[in-house]
Design a binder for this molecule. Structure first.
Ligand code: BG6
Length: 487
């Protein structure tokens, strides 16, 4: 993030799982944009590898052209020949040692052909859980280190509880050092999420009220209108706590609550995030509500319940919704509830953080019966309609004295019409060797330490109709909307 585009060194990007969905929907379009006009122009050659033995360079390029067309990007605009220049394919069949020897030989051949200095990125775009064997194979055939730098990119899930996360870290560390590992939480690639740091630490105005003296509660909402789609089987084995709370929401929480780092540098920032995780009190199970969507309507269309989704077990007890109150025991946040809420099949897609400030210390309007005061709030909308709303009280003109909530409003699209996709940002950062937006091993383990006990004692989820804001039982945990301050 902090380096300039000129600091990208020429390298080879090897995508393991190069015929998969992630490559098709996210990586290819992002690479196309970055190499066309962005900082990776003339800097990278891509070697996709996958099980499909029927592909060669030419047929893979055909596949990629189709994928790019689907994403709305012209694959070879103006006869640029991008696919021919940048894309190559190597089958790794059953992924045994011999296949990886073949992969190594192909890597060396391409490096000679393109006169690359031996810098390599291995991107694990394989299905969840499959990457560890791949990482081990890479290590076994000597691809853990190369003639230049070597980096490995892995996607969540990083384990499914504390033990498995530790095991994963141990096994990866046998072949790669922590400074070679880039764990992606795509929320960190979102401009609006990164901006939390700029917003907090470049604005004295807000930083001076960012504490328990002025803030009464913090709400973090990750609402999705989509259901589990074609991922029923996978999701049934995971649930909302593992899928979204343990990673994406916890990132939002740490960025909102952390102290100012000593410098704007990867480890300094990640050290402060870890401190927040270490200060989080054990979450009281009575302060957690799990839910699961039943059939309902979204945007006027009927949708099935979770139990009727393809791939979901009939007797599934998996949650698609979680609401919880967490507390950070430190000087800044002691006693302030952090209310986290996420769910699938809620009425709309909306990710936001609301900082609810305290009521004024003294109510001086009590002689005016109609003048109710509401606490100020700052709403940070991360997606969609990205922006900020600072809500405050104004006097409504005329008599009697009445107050009304109005807001100062900033929208990204007014100032910056083009927000890059998270993957574009993250791919550049990997190429530059900037780990700021990637999750460190101890961060993963610390967050599992927090949530694993909840998983063990998970009660059956409460039902909620698709298209509603979750089960009624969760309301007691939420912050009441628009409540008047006490007189
Ligand atoms: C993924 C989860 O990590 O994040 C999905 O596995 C979820 O279940 C997605 O839908 C949400 O990401 P975004 O960027 O659409 O908010």
């Amino acid at each position: 993030m902090e380096m300039t585009e000129h600091s990208v060194e020429r390298h080879l990007m090897v995508v393991i799982g190069g015929t998969g969905d992630l490559m098709r929907r996210k990586l290819l379009p992002a690479m196309r944009l970055l190499t066309e006009r962005g900082p990776l122009r003339d800097r990278v050659v891509i070697l996709a590898s996958g099980r499909r033995a029927s592909f060669d360079d030419e047929s893979y390029r055909e596949w990629a052209r189709e994928a790019l067309d689907e994403s709305g990007l012209p694959a070879d605009a103006n006869g640029s020949g991008w696919c021919d220049r940048c894309l190559h394919y190597q089958a790794i069949g059953d992924q045994d040692r011999q296949d990886f020897e073949g992969l190594r030989a192909r890597i060396e051949e391409l490096e000679r052909e393109h006169d690359l200095p031996g810098n390599r990125i291995f991107y694990m775009a394989t299905p969840p859980g499959a990457f560890i064997e791949t990482v081990e194979r890479l290590g076994e055939v000597g691809l853990g280190e190369g003639p230049g730098w070597t980096r490995v990119v892995i996607e969540k899930p990083f384990g499914y509880d504390l033990e498995s996360a530790r095991d994963l870290n141990r096994r990866i560390h046998r072949h790669f050092r922590e400074d070679q590992i880039y764990r992606i939480d795509h929320y960190l690639g979102k401009e609006t999420v990164q901006n939390l740091l700029a917003f907090r630490f470049a604005n004295m105005l807000f930083e001076s009220v960012w504490n328990r003296d002025r803030v009464g509660s913090v709400e973090i909402l990750v609402a999705e209108d989509v259901g589990v789609g074609s991922r029923g089987e996978f999701y049934d084995g995971v649930g909302a706590l593992r899928d979204v709370v343990q990673n994406h929401m916890t990132q939002l929480l740490t960025l909102t609550a952390m102290e100012i780092p000593v410098e704007f540098e990867a480890d300094a920032i990640r050290d402060e995030k870890i401190k927040v995780l270490r200060s989080l009190s054990a979450i009281d199970p009575s302060q957690v509500v799990f839910g699961r969507y039943a059939a309902g309507e979204i945007g006027g269309e009927p949708v099935p319940g979770f139990l009727d989704e393809e791939g979901v077990a009939e007797d599934s007890a998996t949650e698609t919704y979680v609401a919880m109150r967490a507390y950070i025991s430190n000087w800044r946040w002691q006693g302030v509830p952090f209310v986290m809420r996420t769910g699938k099949r809620l009425p709309e897609k909306l990710t936001k953080i609301t900082i609810n400030f305290r009521c004024p210390a003294l109510a001086i309007f009590q002689t005016h019966s109609q003048a109710t005061v509401r606490a100020n709030s700052l709403v940070i909308t991360l997606q969609p309609d990205e922006g900020f709303d600072l809500c405050f009280e104004v006097k409504q003109p005329g008599d009697p004295l009445r107050l009304q909530t109005q807001s100062l409003r900033f929208r990204y699209e007014d100032a910056f019409p083009d927000l890059p996709d998270a993957y574009e940002t993250l791919l550049v950062d990997v190429a530059q060797g900037d780990q700021t937006l990637f999750v460190r091993a101890d961060e993963v383990e610390q967050s599992w330490r927090l949530y694993a006990p909840l998983l063990e004692s998970r009660p059956p989820p409460y039902p909620y109709a698709a298209g509603t804001m979750g089960p009624r039982e969760a309301e007691r945990l939420l912050v009441p909307r628009g409540e008047a301050c006490p007189i």
